[in-house]
Design a protein around this ligand. Structure first.
Ligand code: MN
Ligand code: MN
Length: 469
């Protein structure tokens, strides 16, 4: 009797192995890979620190690309397999091309990540003095929980065009010893009424006012001397006057540096990981791809967090115009290229958070350390505004990853009807390109300080390399 039940057990085990499926944990299966992932993330953390705005991110990505042999795309030039070129769109979006062996008409491999992140922009006429303080008025960019931005140290970044046309790059609060900025919040002792507000109004949009200064230029009672002091200091640094704010884009971002998180240092904490984690991994994959079979087109787009509109976003014609330039030389029709291409919409997904377990459906959530998340569809309600990758497209990407030792997972954002969110995938789907989302799971997404796992970052790089190969 005992023998028989032992056989039965073995048979069940075999059948279970054959028929059931489980996503894998990189740290459990390949603990030796942590060293590589840790080293990879040293570069990643440095990238996060020097790429805190869309413009800074283009600059840093371009610096690394140029070091790796990318030269400015020249419409008149002949390109051969193995060559590399870049196209810089207004300093806010960047396209990298690795020319492949196959003709363009057989399609390209698109990999698209966004380099803008939620932040606080200055209003066009931002500086004011009130009750002996100088302050900036802001307008938030992208989806934020406003209360998270009070009492968070901030740095000032931006570009100002002076009346004479000269351009000043503003950056205050990133270097050791520089002053930083902050939005004040009400002390708990007087917050009885504020504490009754719904969380989304914990701090209201018009309360996101940034402290700029508190001492006057002259000690007399002349009008707005504290505002004048702030203007004097900005003038000393950047030659700017108050009217120059009207020709400026100034962004406030968390002044934090990217750091290791946890006793085991297994995670990265930092600002703007949505979606610069995909920008960095895609950039490194492109740089490390020598002679691809298909031409690879890596796009770092702007404006995703506000819906992709505008001439640096994916709803615009910027990619089509660039692709038309690529096609013209070889007499290829753009629509043939699109139809035969495949695209990774590389964006982050929500990592399962045990503290807020009730918004997730566990079987279809992504977990830290299980690798990049393949996301078939995004959107909200009944898959509204979603790309919804086909079974065939899913099969191709799963194939790329499994053939190349990538540990990956699949997931949705959260429970059905719990909320929702989109990516740029639909804009590529709408161009007649087979597209699916793949990216890193993130904890505290869109907070001033977001968390990723190093093993996921590393395997996302591996996935992109497998795709480019
Ligand atoms: Mn994103
Ligand atoms: Mn986002």
């Amino acid at each position: 009797m005992a023998k028989k039940s032992e056989d039965r057990k073995n048979e069940e085990k075999k059948l279970s192995e054959k028929l059931t499926f489980q996503f894998r944990h990189i740290g459990k299966e390949n603990p030796e890979q942590f060293k590589k992932a840790d080293k990879f993330c040293e570069g990643y953390k440095a990238f996060l620190d020097s790429a805190k705005t869309e413009r800074d991110c283009v600059k840093e990505a371009l610096r690394l690309a140029k070091e790796a042999g990318y030269t400015e795309f020249d419409r008149g030039a002949e390109y051969y397999p193995g060559q590399r070129a870049y196209y810089n769109n207004r300093g806010k979006a960047l396209i990298l091309v690795n020319f492949g062996a196959k003709p363009l008409s057989e399609g390209v491999r698109f990999n698209i990540a966004h380099l803008d992140s939620p932040r606080l922009d200055l209003k066009p006429f931002p500086l004011y003095e009130q009750d002996e303080l100088a302050l900036f008025k802001t307008h938030y960019y992208g989806g934020i929980k406003k209360y998270q931005w009070g009492t968070t140290p901030l740095a000032m970044h931006g570009t100002v065009v002076l009346r004479d046309g000269s351009i000043k790059e503003v950056c205050i609060g990133e270097k050791e010893g520089e002053p930083q900025f902050v939005i004040s919040d009400l002390l708990i002792h007087l917050a009885a009424k504020q504490q009754e507000r719904p969380l989304k109004e914990g701090l209201k949009g018009e309360e996101l006012n940034i402290l700029v200064g508190s001492i006057p230029y002259l000690e007399d009672d002349c009008k707005e001397q504290i505002k004048l002091m702030a203007l004097k200091l900005l003038n000393d640094m950047y030659d700017m006057t108050e009217e120059d704010f009207l020709r400026a884009e100034i962004e406030f971002v968390p002044a934090v540096k990217a750091v290791d998180i946890g006793l085991d240092r297994s995670m990265v904490g930092g600002y703007g990981q949505d979606d610069r984690v995909c920008v960095y991994t895609a950039l490194m994959a492109a740089v490390d791809t020598e002679k691809p079979e298909y031409t690879t087109v890596t796009v770092f787009t702007d404006k995703e967090e506000t819906g992709s509109d505008g001439n640096t976003g994916m709803a615009s014609r910027m990619l089509d115009h660039f692709m038309e330039d690529l096609c013209e030389k070889s007499g290829t029709r753009l629509r043939d290229v699109y139809k035969n291409s495949i695209c990774l919409s590389s964006d982050v997904n929500a990592a399962y958070d045990p503290t807020f377990a009730d918004v997730f459906e566990k079987n279809n959530s992504s977990f830290l350390n299980h690798g990049p998340v393949l996301t078939k569809y995004t959107g909200s309600r009944g898959k509204s505004s979603s790309n919804d990758a086909s079974a065939e497209t899913m099969a191709r990407f799963i194939g790329f990853m499994e053939e190349n030792g990538v540990i990956w997972q699949a997931g949705e954002l959260g429970k059905v009807d719990e909320g929702g969110g989109g990516t740029i995938a639909m804009f590529m789907g709408n161009r007649d390109v087979d597209t699916v989302d793949l990216g890193v799971p993130v904890l505290s997404m869109h907070a001033p300080f977001e968390i990723t796992a190093k093993l996921d970052v590393y395997h996302t790089y591996k996935a992109y390399k497998a795709f480019y190969k």
